[in-house]
Write a protein that binds this ligand. Structure first.
Ligand SMILES: Cc1cc2nc3c(=O)[nH]c(=O)nc-3n(C[C@H](O)[C@H](O)[C@H](O)COP(=O)(O)OP(=O)(O)OC[C@H]3O[C@@H](n4cnc5c(N)ncnc54)[C@H](O)[C@@H]3O)c2cc1C
Length: 470
């Protein structure tokens, strides 16, 4: 009898896991049900974009999926554009194409090995772990599995608590920027002014796409510190040592203030600080695991914003485009915290259900607190681009809510996904399920560094080994 495995989630993490599972023959062949949720199978949120402005923030040479073919993505890209270099930052849509190609090859390979894989284009609504295996439900249909893996990515974004009900109902406040960009452009006049809440890579993707779509529109981007992400250098640089001294010192002093000091000192020793951050990356999960919960909370409060800027850097081409928008006066950056978002005047009722097409003449108001002084920004459209949400406690995600309500999973106390062992086994009441796993962003509480392809492919490889071996 085949071993039945359910992979739940339609993005890159699920795709890599599927490929790893089907790649080899196993003594007991596999039956894999891949529940993709119906949208962009394999591409997910990050690689479902068609925009040429949306670039990978990792160099082509580091985006290969498999150990045996480290440069698989680079070779794929070079077949398409022979002059592509390993240091290039390529369009994310190319990566989506690469993922789809690898999935198609894995499905064919799996068949040759006697595995049986099914792509099921539905979202899983609920999941019931039992002593022997699990039941996986979508709609009225239920399937049995011996093991299941949640590869859900981040959670659907929630509106900031400062956003008023009328603003939400107006259709002029965008909670999910990716959904907004993926939908057909609204008809009518583009907005004159757009406010972007957030200044990370998501905000910049939105900015560049809309700046091209709406050449007359001006943008205000605001964030707590008013700073853009740092940029990659054109060429990759190598650190002058292996960083072992830094890692050891950090391990000896699991304290955020000490870590910041150590990082500053290490960066001062290097010709370029980026090598320190990049050298630290493989060690982050182990360091994070040993960091006391109070220190993790301290990191999130005080240091996370700075870490995000240096860790999630923008490609040089993106930096040039953003600088050009600033020079042309189309982008203004503001150091500010949102206090309230409301519909201006008494027009709330008039615009309910409308979309952001014909808003040029209407004043829409975003109230922003700047250094204690209230300031009001009027915008035809406000877009929330505040990064990945991994807090499972308040989520409207159906499957996650069901798992929480039935006490099958335990939320990370800091809102960083679900509590799990480092190998992805989900925890309930401190005990690990033997057959229920999570991969990707919802493992941030356990590993912190658990969102990008270089980490996800390692998780997928280890998990596939475990699932095949049982
Ligand atoms: C805009 C953006 C750009 C990025 N750029 C890079 C980059 O350049 N390099 C890099 O390494 N990383 C990048 N990342 C990180 C990225 O998160 C990972 O590379 C990877 O795409 C994550 O894949 P995932 O499968 O975990 O999540 P996702 O891509 O979010 O996929 C999860 C999928 O699961 C589906 N799903 C959810 N619930 C269910 C359910 N109940 N049943 C079935 N399906 C469900 C969702 O609809 C979604 O399609 C980027 C992320 C974003 C958001």
């Amino acid at each position: 009898m085949r071993r039945r495995i359910a992979i739940i989630g339609g993005g890159a993490a699920a795709a890599v896991l599927l490929c790893e599972l089907l790649e080899q023959p196993t003594p007991r062949p596999l039956h894999v049900d891949w529940y993709t949720g119906g949208q962009h199978p394999a591409r997910g949120v990050a690689y479902g974009t068609a925009s040429s402005h949306h670039l990978l923030n990792v160099r082509a040479a580091s985006m290969g999926l498999f150990d045996g073919r480290r440069h698989g993505f680079l070779e794929f890209a070079q077949r398409r554009a022979p002059r592509t270099a390993g240091t290039d930052f390529l369009p994310r849509s190319w990566y989506g194409d690469y993922l789809q190609q690898e999935v198609a090859a894995a499905l064919a390979q799996g068949e040759r090995h006697g595995h049986d894989a099914h792509v099921i284009p539905f979202a899983v609504d609920s999941l019931v772990p039992e002593r022997e295996g699990l039941s996986v439900m979508h709609g009225e249909t239920s399937h049995r599995a011996d093991a299941a893996v949640l590869a859900l990515g981040a959670l659907p974004p929630r509106p900031l608590p400062e956003v008023g009900a009328a603003a939400l109902a107006s259709g002029r406040y965008v909670v999910d920027p990716w959904k907004f960009l993926g939908e057909p452009a609204p008809s009518g006049q583009p907005p004159q002014d757009v406010v972007l809440i957030g200044m990370g890579l998501t905000a910049l993707d939105v900015l560049l796409e809309l700046a091209e779509r709406w050449p007359q529109t001006r943008f205000i981007a605001l964030s707590r510190h008013g700073l853009l992400p740092e940029a990659h250098l054109r060429q990759a640089t190598a650190p002058s040592d292996d960083g072992a001294g830094l890692i050891e010192a950090m391990r000896d002093a699991p304290d955020i203030r000490q870590w910041m000091r150590l990082l500053r000192e290490a960066a001062a020793q290097e010709p370029d600080w980026r090598t320190v951050i990049d050298g630290l990356r493989p060690h982050v999960p182990a360091l994070w695991r040993d960091l006391p919960m109070a220190q993790r909370a301290r990191f999130l409060r005080h240091a996370n914003w700075a870490w995000q800027r240096v860790r999630h850097r923008m490609p040089p081409a993106l930096q040039e485009q953003v600088s050009a928008l600033e020079r042309d006066g189309r982008l203004r950056r503001l150091r500010a915290r949102v206090r309230a978002v409301d519909v201006a005047g008494d027009v709330a009722g008039d615009v309910a259900g409308d979309v952001a097409g014909d808003v040029a003449g209407d004043a829409r108001r975003l109230t922003v607190e700047v250094a204690g002084q209230p300031q009001r920004l009027d915008a035809g459209l406000v877009i929330q681009a505040t990064g990945l949400d991994t807090d499972v406690r308040p989520t409207a995600h159906r499957l996650v809510s069901q798992l929480l309500t039935n006490l099958h999973i335990t939320p990370d106390p800091l809102g960083l996904g679900m509590m799990a062992e480092a190998d992805g086994r989900l925890l309930r009441d401190g005990d690990a399920w033997p057959h229920l796993f999570v991969i990707g962003s919802l493992l941030r509480g356990t590993l912190w560094e658990s969102t990008a392809i270089p980490e996800i492919r390692q998780q997928a490889r280890r998990l596939a080994g475990r699932l095949r071996g049982n």
